[in-house]
Design a binder for this molecule. Structure first.
Ligand SMILES: [Zn+2]
Length: 123
Protein backbone atom coordinates (compact mmCIF):
# COMPACT_ATOMS: atom_id res chain seq x y z
CA UNK A 1 0.00 0.00 0.00
CA UNK A 2 1.33 3.40 -0.92
CA UNK A 3 0.16 6.95 -0.50
CA UNK A 4 -0.57 9.13 -3.48
CA UNK A 5 -1.00 12.86 -3.51
CA UNK A 6 -4.45 14.11 -4.49
CA UNK A 7 -4.35 16.26 -7.62
CA UNK A 8 -7.32 18.30 -6.45
CA UNK A 9 -6.69 19.11 -2.79
CA UNK A 10 -3.04 18.08 -2.35
CA UNK A 11 -3.70 15.74 0.60
CA UNK A 12 -2.28 12.22 0.57
CA UNK A 13 -4.48 9.13 0.37
CA UNK A 14 -4.05 5.39 -0.12
CA UNK A 15 -3.65 4.09 -3.66
CA UNK A 16 -6.08 1.33 -2.62
CA UNK A 17 -8.86 3.88 -2.16
CA UNK A 18 -11.05 4.58 -5.17
CA UNK A 19 -11.30 8.28 -4.47
CA UNK A 20 -9.73 10.91 -2.23
CA UNK A 21 -11.54 10.79 1.14
CA UNK A 22 -10.97 14.51 1.58
CA UNK A 23 -12.42 15.96 -1.65
CA UNK A 24 -13.79 12.98 -3.57
CA UNK A 25 -11.33 13.22 -6.46
CA UNK A 26 -11.27 9.90 -8.34
CA UNK A 27 -8.06 9.32 -10.35
CA UNK A 28 -9.48 6.42 -12.39
CA UNK A 29 -12.57 8.41 -13.31
CA UNK A 30 -10.44 11.46 -14.19
CA UNK A 31 -8.34 9.33 -16.54
CA UNK A 32 -11.44 7.83 -18.20
CA UNK A 33 -13.00 11.26 -18.57
CA UNK A 34 -9.81 12.48 -20.27
CA UNK A 35 -10.20 9.54 -22.68
CA UNK A 36 -13.77 10.66 -23.42
CA UNK A 37 -15.50 7.75 -21.67
CA UNK A 38 -18.81 7.84 -19.81
CA UNK A 39 -18.87 6.79 -16.11
CA UNK A 40 -18.68 3.00 -15.77
CA UNK A 41 -22.28 2.59 -14.56
CA UNK A 42 -23.58 4.41 -17.65
CA UNK A 43 -21.56 2.42 -20.16
CA UNK A 44 -23.11 -0.10 -22.56
CA UNK A 45 -21.85 -3.65 -22.40
CA UNK A 46 -20.68 -5.34 -25.59
CA UNK A 47 -22.01 -8.69 -24.29
CA UNK A 48 -25.51 -7.27 -23.67
CA UNK A 49 -25.47 -5.58 -27.10
CA UNK A 50 -24.60 -8.91 -28.74
CA UNK A 51 -27.20 -10.90 -26.76
CA UNK A 52 -29.97 -8.42 -27.59
CA UNK A 53 -28.96 -8.31 -31.26
CA UNK A 54 -29.02 -12.13 -31.34
CA UNK A 55 -32.21 -12.87 -29.40
CA UNK A 56 -34.27 -9.76 -30.16
CA UNK A 57 -33.18 -9.20 -33.76
CA UNK A 58 -36.83 -9.12 -34.96
CA UNK A 59 -37.53 -5.99 -32.88
CA UNK A 60 -34.05 -4.46 -33.39
CA UNK A 61 -33.22 -5.04 -29.69
CA UNK A 62 -29.53 -4.31 -30.17
CA UNK A 63 -30.26 -0.92 -31.74
CA UNK A 64 -32.53 0.12 -28.87
CA UNK A 65 -29.80 -0.85 -26.40
CA UNK A 66 -26.93 0.92 -28.18
CA UNK A 67 -28.97 4.11 -28.50
CA UNK A 68 -30.00 3.93 -32.16
CA UNK A 69 -33.64 4.64 -31.32
CA UNK A 70 -34.54 5.95 -34.78
CA UNK A 71 -33.59 2.64 -36.41
CA UNK A 72 -35.40 0.62 -33.72
CA UNK A 73 -38.62 2.60 -34.06
CA UNK A 74 -38.43 2.44 -37.87
CA UNK A 75 -38.13 -1.36 -37.61
CA UNK A 76 -41.15 -1.60 -35.28
CA UNK A 77 -43.29 0.55 -37.59
CA UNK A 78 -42.16 -1.14 -40.82
CA UNK A 79 -42.51 -4.58 -39.18
CA UNK A 80 -46.08 -3.82 -38.07
CA UNK A 81 -47.03 -2.54 -41.52
CA UNK A 82 -45.45 -5.58 -43.19
CA UNK A 83 -47.55 -7.86 -40.95
CA UNK A 84 -50.75 -6.00 -41.88
CA UNK A 85 -50.10 -5.94 -45.64
CA UNK A 86 -48.76 -9.51 -45.75
CA UNK A 87 -45.14 -8.67 -46.57
CA UNK A 88 -43.76 -9.91 -43.25
CA UNK A 89 -41.66 -12.75 -44.77
CA UNK A 90 -39.81 -10.30 -47.02
CA UNK A 91 -39.41 -7.72 -44.26
CA UNK A 92 -38.12 -10.15 -41.64
CA UNK A 93 -35.80 -11.83 -44.13
CA UNK A 94 -34.23 -8.44 -44.92
CA UNK A 95 -34.11 -7.50 -41.24
CA UNK A 96 -32.46 -10.82 -40.34
CA UNK A 97 -29.67 -10.14 -42.85
CA UNK A 98 -29.17 -6.60 -41.50
CA UNK A 99 -29.03 -7.89 -37.92
CA UNK A 100 -26.60 -10.73 -38.79
CA UNK A 101 -24.27 -8.11 -40.33
CA UNK A 102 -24.78 -5.88 -37.27
CA UNK A 103 -24.00 -8.79 -34.93
CA UNK A 104 -20.77 -9.59 -36.79
CA UNK A 105 -19.81 -5.89 -36.80
CA UNK A 106 -20.23 -5.56 -33.01
CA UNK A 107 -18.61 -8.96 -32.33
CA UNK A 108 -15.55 -7.99 -34.36
CA UNK A 109 -15.01 -4.76 -32.41
CA UNK A 110 -12.47 -4.81 -29.60
CA UNK A 111 -13.46 -3.18 -26.29
CA UNK A 112 -11.69 0.10 -27.13
CA UNK A 113 -13.50 0.40 -30.45
CA UNK A 114 -16.84 -0.50 -28.85
CA UNK A 115 -16.30 2.15 -26.15
CA UNK A 116 -15.36 4.75 -28.75
CA UNK A 117 -18.51 3.98 -30.77
CA UNK A 118 -21.08 3.55 -27.98
CA UNK A 119 -19.59 4.83 -24.71
CA UNK A 120 -18.14 8.17 -25.72
CA UNK A 121 -19.04 11.24 -23.66
CA UNK A 122 -20.49 13.19 -26.56
CA UNK A 123 -23.02 10.49 -27.48
ZN1 LIG B 1 -8.48 15.36 -2.57
Amino acid sequence: MALIKCKECGKEFSDMAEACPNCGYNPTRAKEKAMGLKPKEERKSKTVALLLTFFLWFVAGGHFYTGNLAFGIAVLIAGSISLVVGLAPIFFFALAIIEIINFIRIASMDQAEFDKTYNGLEK
